[in-house]
Design a protein around this ligand. Sequence first.
Ligand code: PBG
Length: 327
Amino acid sequence: MAYPQHRLRRLRQSPAWRRLVRESVLRARDLVYPLFVVPGEKRREPVPSMPGVHRLSRELLVEEAAAAVDACVGAVLLFGVPDRKDALGSEACADDGLVPRAVRELKAHHPDLPVWTDVCLCQYTDHGHCAVLTPDGALDEEATLPLLARAAVAHARAGADAVAPSDMLDGRVGVIRAALDEAGHGSTPIVSYAAKYASAFYGPFRDAAHSAPSHGDRRTHQMDPANSDEALREVRADLEEGADVVMVKPAGPCLDVIRRVKDTFRAPTAAYQVSGEFSMLRAAGERGWIDEKAVALESLGAIRRAGADIIVTYYAVEAARWLREDG
Ligand code: PBG
């Protein structure tokens, strides 16, 4: 017998019952808060297209992380935004680079806050691509993979609790896993951006990270938004290479993909509510066109319902506070 819908309506008459019969729950500890670190001191640079989001120098980053601790979010995800960039993205691999130093500082002040690091070259290369380029301007995967591995090892050595490769080059998870194991970081997990679409929703992030490609786009290595079988192949490949958590990105436009990935692999699954998704809600909220808190929590709840165990979101700290307010 199918459960008759009128019984659920009867149950939903009180808030206590609505909670008891709710199928999925959004919790602060499932949220991951992205942070942007810049070199120097006392730098707090607002990102114009992401109101409320800032690029921070290390000591201010530590303060922002205190808010994350206070809100009980699950982790922070760190992005480095260096001042100096070059063709090889050299800063990305340095042991005393921007991100490793920030990780050390965060771990010193907030030892219990899990710190994840984004591993990619696009914030570090002067051309803004996620890889080193061949003389004719194509992505040089062979030259790039060892650099990504070195960056990941530098982050792990600094104390990162997980590394998150976001470049979408073939084979990167395996190469990073091997390098971590060899360097004695066999217990550092890899959160792989496994199903990452070539999405226009990343626009504001490229503003935040100064990482817009100077020519061309990322459509050769990021996925076509029209595809979802392709997402399953990408996720399978990353799991086979050693990914511990697989991520779908963006989140809101890909709820169907999150569900397919979760149902197919039953692996720990993350989804990234990206910059453009955040900025749209923020902007409409600022204009009074929508109730920002309500739509933000509904959007995050939908991502959870679709099957995400973990949600990376610029709303993490605010959402955690809202959830607390609502008991
Ligand atoms: C690449 C990276 C990007 C994002 C996360 N990691 C940008 C890109 O692929 O162009 C986007 C996140 C967002 O839009 O919030 N290092």
